[in-house]
Design a protein around this ligand. Sequence first.
Ligand code: PEP
Length: 254
Amino acid sequence: MRKNLIAGNWKMNTNHLEAIQMVQKLSYRLDPADYERVDVVVCPPFTALRSAQTVIETDHLGIKLGAQNVDWHDNGAFTGEISPLMLHKLSVSHVIVGHSERRQLFGETDEVVNTKANAVIAAGMTPIVCVGETEDERDAGEAEARVGTQIRASIEGIDSESVASIVVAYEPIWAIGTGRTASADDAGAMCSFVREQIRDSFGDAAESTRVLYGGSVNPGNVAGLMAKQDIDGGLVGGASLDPDTFASVVRYWV
Ligand code: PEP
């Protein structure tokens, strides 16, 4: 049984004071039963992690803390970067690696994503490894080829035991921040394809890997997506910035 996971990617939004309010508001809207059904993760910017951590720990909230990016070195002369050890010390449990915005705007390759994913695991956290095709690739019938290459390269070298506990997010680039969602059937088929790719390399461990869909998830479409066998949750951008809306996504069955 895979527990569902819904992660909010706040991107470069919210200062640390706003982050405190957002975490508190979200917590008012969720009950203990919700956390039993769904792992709820929020991924604020680096500058808000400490504040979010303090609220979560002081108020004993069930919300988990995620980061949006990481460097792979432990420490050293890497100006502007943040290490896995630094995130772990802030009680960060999940780290997004290879988000399409990192790949497209900051030149992250599958090799970089793979190095980051391995470093996150080595530091005792869970990577949320993002993959997804462009609109041109989908129109050319190359979505599976593209995503297959990305997923194999991004999780190479991870041991089977760790693969079972990582999270993979299938995020078609044309659906991110556009208001256009993949249909539940298409998203479900691609998430099944992602799991098959993991199964090919890692066998049964793939049955435990959680595969999320991301791309304009909102309270209106989340239930249809979650009904698909191989969709174990969502990576949510825009709809995670409003605690009411995000709580409705988390409580998709209500
Ligand atoms: C994302 O940032 O990963 C994302 C899916 O964004 P949105 O939900 O806004 O499309």
